[in-house]
Design a protein around this ligand. Sequence first.
Ligand SMILES: [Zn+2]
Length: 272
Amino acid sequence: MVTSGQFSEYVCPLCQVPFSREDLKLLSVEHVPPRAIGGRALVLTCRACNNRAGARLDTAMVRHDRVLGFALGQTPPDKPINARIQVAEHIVTADVAATGKKVSLQVVPRAVNPLGLAAFNDAVDKHTAAGTLKVSVSLWAERYAERDLRNGWLRAAYLVAFAAFGYQYIFDPALAPVRRQLADLDGDHIRDYFYIDTSADRATRMLARVREPACLWVQMGRYIVILPPLRPKPDFYTQFDRVVLESAQKRGDLAFNERPWPQGPEHRFDTP
Ligand SMILES: [Zn+2]
């Protein structure tokens, strides 16, 4: 197996199917993480793998990022979220954005009939005057499946590890459970590998080896995925203890050995 550099056959890092130079159109460049969350072109995957996960997992990642941004009061001003606002029995659709503790609403006129909007406004006035105003905001258009979110970030971290360490690492038998998980998006083949750190900066990119417990830490913004260490033991996923990791982190004695974040595809066809 070719482990680095340039070669005339390319193996998709996800499905392990080899593609020759004539099959180039069957491959596509993937943004990791998805472009909508600040990702950049990083690796080649086959179109089948790209399409299969793309819509479903990317959607969950992008939606979660928006909802979390809203909850943290960090909605980008140019990207409000579509929401359903309810006061008493009156409902309108609005674009909402959160900045710090302030939430701003902009009713979407074309989505609300004028009579409905008048009744909504009356209800707001009436309840404000009575001191009983209760507004509920539902981010109904931003629903996502928790498992798709986890799988999406697992996939992104796996592709980052491929870009940084190549086939030798990702095709180690210890990584097979990851591919199994990504091939069966409705199954639960591995667990305890995904974290969210709400205090992290969205622009954070960190690829680091953790010595104890031995693992690879892949962080993109607020999302952290734990992968097997560079010289993995085959039973990593049954032996890894998240509690040990979390308590080491809490004590502040987690030793990170940072590696440079990959800048682009190291593994590609050579130019003829
Ligand atoms: Zn593939």
